[in-house]
Design a protein around this ligand. Structure first.
Ligand code: MG
Length: 258
């Protein structure tokens, strides 16, 4: 209770500073901490949209036979993403009973949603496979007409460079790994940073530096209200969280209310 009051007063201070309205909510792997959902499932995308998240993040891999599927880990239920066929991967079931989705199925479901699609390309075994995956993703986005609702993120600098090269100009591409300054990213044509909280706490000046360079700042994966408040107070543009409802309550000033 004391903690909630403390957080609430911090939020009020952030509101007074005017930093709050700008911060947007990204559901990490969709909104999955709710009934009938699972990480990186179609249900998680639909549920993130249904609660009005600005964006829904999801992870993708390229299968052994060159198709794009949605999943986080390098292997799932004993099957290596990069070494298993598309048919085998999409036959696997997620915790909510859904089949592991293809990117195509994910995009089909997104037709009924307005939320932005925050696509993370996982680090693949070779730069060539990453380049091929980026090409396939960009082509599919074009086929669906989703160019204006995509944001691309990756821990692979090579993948980020490929998105910069292959996606339409102006598409947000954010780097996740944390070791490059905003100016260094800008030099590579990357439009933003999506860094762990610990990196931004170590380099709080990077937030302002990024904004001065016209870049976007996101932070992950923030599930704690006090951390959310720190980021809001520091003017971070987007927060990626497993607790989108908590963040929404903080932003609307209803956190701590029954
Ligand atoms: Mg991810």
């Amino acid at each position: 209770m004391v903690m909630k009051k403390l957080v609430l007063s911090m939020v009020m201070a952030a509101v007074a500073l005017g930093g709050i309205a700008a911060t947007k909510v990204v559901a990490h792997r969709g909104y999955w901490k709710t009934g009938g959902s699972a990480q990186n499932s179609i249900a998680a995308l639909v549920k993130a949209d249904s609660i009005g998240c600005y964006g829904s993040e999801f992870d993708v891999w390229m299968s052994a036979d060159g198709a794009i599927v949605v999943n986080h880990d390098p292997s799932f239920k004993g099957k290596r993403m990069e070494q298993t066929s598309f048919d085998e991967l999409t036959a696997l079931t997620l915790a909510n009973g859904e089949n592991l989705p293809s990117l195509e199925q994910y995009f089909d479901a997104a037709r009924k949603c307005g939320t932005r699609l925050i696509l993370e390309l996982k680090v693949h075994s070779t730069p060539e496979r990453e380049a091929e995956a980026v090409g396939k993703i960009v082509d599919m986005v074009k086929k669906y007409g989703y160019e204006d609702r995509m944001e691309y993120i990756s821990f692979s600098l090579n993948a980020c460079k490929e998105f910069v090269k292959q996606a339409p100009e102006g598409t947000p591409v954010l780097y996740l790994n944390g070791e490059l300054s905003p100016a260094e990213l800008k030099e590579l044509g990357i439009s933003g940073l999506d860094y762990h909280l610990s990196v931004l706490k170590k380099h709080p000046d990077w937030i302002e530096e990024a904004h001065k360079l016209g870049m976007v700042v996101n932070s992950w994966t923030i599930d704690n209200a006090a951390d959310m408040v720190w980021l809001i107070e520091h003017g971070v543009d987007l927060i990626t969280t497993n607790e989108p409802v908590v963040l929404q309550k903080l932003l609307s000033g209803t956190y701590g209310e029954k």
